[in-house]
Write a protein that binds this ligand. Structure first.
Ligand SMILES: N[C@@H](CCC(=O)N[C@@H](CS)C(=O)NCC(=O)O)C(=O)O
Length: 215
């Protein structure tokens, strides 16, 4: 199995990068810095016509969409146990949260960060207000989910849901009400940030602004 990840520091590629490190499988990482417009180069557009990160080349074939890539990796490396097995009791909750994060929270984040570019700048403020409401609604929902003090979001075990959710929570760090404000999300985030694979992905992407303080 061969993997090449095209990533931009802190982008939607981060969850995939993190999972690849956590699984301890061989992969090549290629920087595609969206701050320099590298995602719009002719070479990259051949791999990803939408001009977005991530792209993961899987056995020579370019694949896209962060949530789908996480699920694909979980399926291809079932022994790593990063998704409940088909038919298992935790599978429905895992599906529900993966879809919720992918079709409600990710698009709301896109709207929050790209309202001026994706739409009319004149309407951007209203788009951001709605996005903020959706994002904060997500933190409320996930906080309620963790109220029983479970360690991870699904089945008491680390799964693709955690990689995706924590990446999204990280993106809220400079928003008016970041995810760390919620009472059950704060200790969850602290636990997840303590994972060696999280520390490692931050180091590899050169990120220093959302780590646990060194004890
Ligand atoms: N739904 C896509 C979203 C990808 C996306 O919007 N990526 C952003 C970075 S977080 C990007 O590539 N932005 C550059 C651009 O739009 O020009 C996914 O989850 O993979």
């Amino acid at each position: 199995m061969s993997y090449t990840l095209y990533y931009s520091p802190s982008g939607a590629s981060m969850a995939v990068h993190w999972m690849l490190i956590e699984m301890d499988v061989a992969f090549e990482a290629r920087l595609t810095d969206i701050d320099t417009g590298a995602q719009r180069s002719a070479e990259y557009l051949r791999l990803n016509p939408a001009g977005r990160v991530p792209t993961l080349i899987v056995d020579g074939v370019p694949r896209h969409e962060s949530a789908a890539l996480l699920m694909l990796l979980a399926e291809r490396h079932a022994g790593k146990d990063l998704a409940p097995a088909p038919g298992s009791s935790d599978r429905p909750e895992w599906m529900e949260l993966m879809i919720y994060l992918a079709n409600t929270v990710l698009p709301a984040m896109r709207d929050w960060f790209y309202a001026d570019e994706d739409g009319e700048p004149a309407g951007a403020e209203a788009v951001r207000a709605l996005a903020r409401r959706r994002i904060e609604g997500a933190w409320e929902r996930l906080d309620g989910h963790l109220a029983d003090r479970r360690a991870y979001l699904v089945g008491g075990k680390l799964s693709t849901v955690d990689f995706l959710a924590v990446m999204l929570m990280r993106w809220s760090r400079n928003m008016p009400t970041p995810a760390t404000t919620w009472p059950h999300l704060a200790p969850y985030i602290k636990r997840m940030r303590a994972l060696p694979s999280f520390v490692e992905v931050n180091a590899r992407e050169g990120l220093v602004d959302w780590l646990n303080p060194e004890s």
